[in-house]
Design a protein around this ligand. Sequence first.
Ligand code: PHE
Length: 482
Amino acid sequence: MTGSQEIDADALANNAGPDARLSGGLGGHPRGLNVLFFTEMWERFSYYGMRAILVLFMVAPVVNGGLGFSMAKASTIYAWYTMCVYLTSIPGGYIADKLIGPRKAVLIGGTVIALGHFTMAFQSLPAFYGGMIIIVLGTGLLKPNISTMVGRLYPASDRRRDAGFSIFYMGINLGATLSPLVCGTLAQGAGFKTFLKQIGMQPESSWHFGFAAAGVGMCLGLIHLLAQYKVLDGIGDKIVLKAKEKSASQDPEPAADSDQVSTAGALTEGEQSKLWACAILFAFNILFWAVYEQGGSSLNVFADRLTETSILGFHFESSWLQALQPIYVIALAPVFSWIWIKMGEKQPASPAKFALGLAFLSLGILIMVPAALMSAQGKVSALFLITVYFVETLGELCLSPIGLSTVTKLAPARFQSLLMGGWFVSNSIGNFLAGLLSSLFKSDSSTEMAVLFGSMAGAAFCAAALLFVLTPKIRTLMGSVR
Ligand code: PHE
């Protein structure tokens, strides 16, 4: 199970090695993609399963087994939790880069995450907060490092890399689709509550079965990872610099070409401008998630309190609507890949795709304005949220998988995990802002809700316009990376 513990930076850049590894996986991709796909699928199952019921659990009255928190308090906790979950990607990326390599980091992280979910299965406030802290620590070790390994599966010039990230992104979303259905049904479903009563347990404890189910999902991911651990030999180990590179770094040559790379010491000019390009994309990424992550918070409560949760006589739990975004991702990701491949050289550069993502997001959240206004007359049709999530997902597909892939292309090899950590930090700030914005959500005031969603749409629209204008400048900074 141990394999080689270190790989050198050159071997990684050329991906020189035994090359049976470069195929044999999903869709003709490297074998390692399967392992990373399923591990991440289960990790996301656990994360999104828990997130689907988190705010609902906090605002549910104590008699119903909830915590009886106000929307403002629940949103603030949601803000801190979802921020910290991605913020720990920085130490998580660093630990993998400098100490243990990404594979071990993923294994340890997954174990810690499972422990966190099981802690939340206990009905006590300290277990609730303690479980969240444990999940935060584990996710920091797992999430950035698993994505780094996807990037490492491909040689630098391999054109399959973007498609590989799209497949990986489908794994993420497969987990995210299944878990609200499982965890939401356990937590909210009348049937499961009746079952608990029949076996002599308190029906209000159903929430905690939802949290425990998330932990079971993570354990399945760990079992799969351990069974296939060897497949990641040479992919998931720590990168070391060879002695000659270390001495060269003491006297660095000035960089002429923007794509020239340094293996140690100071960054070349080209590398520095690529980092600037990353920083600009990170800033827009923050805004994107601040709006998009209303899904787990204000829109989740809107679904619970102000939306008809039955269609054509079929009743469903409000948390099931949380499965829509990932379902759309799975359905549409291949379409997007096809469009990008079909457009070939004519496809928009990544900053323009980011701008398009923000434009779709703006349109999506705008649909919440009439929905909010109509809720003054009573519960509104679920078709509103179904459409909002659809349009927002068009935006997600223009931005999120592209962002992951672009970061691995723009980052100097030895800082890959760290930069991936940076990508998650931008996401984490977005999540934090999402929670803060959601605390302004008032389900009893349709006009205040309309103003809140309308302002989000306006901000996303302005950001999209600005990014379109900045695209040529950012492309210059990116050198030959598109
Ligand atoms: N759906 C994405 C995921 O769970 C959201 C995300 C994007 C999270 C970027 C972190 C960083 O992976």
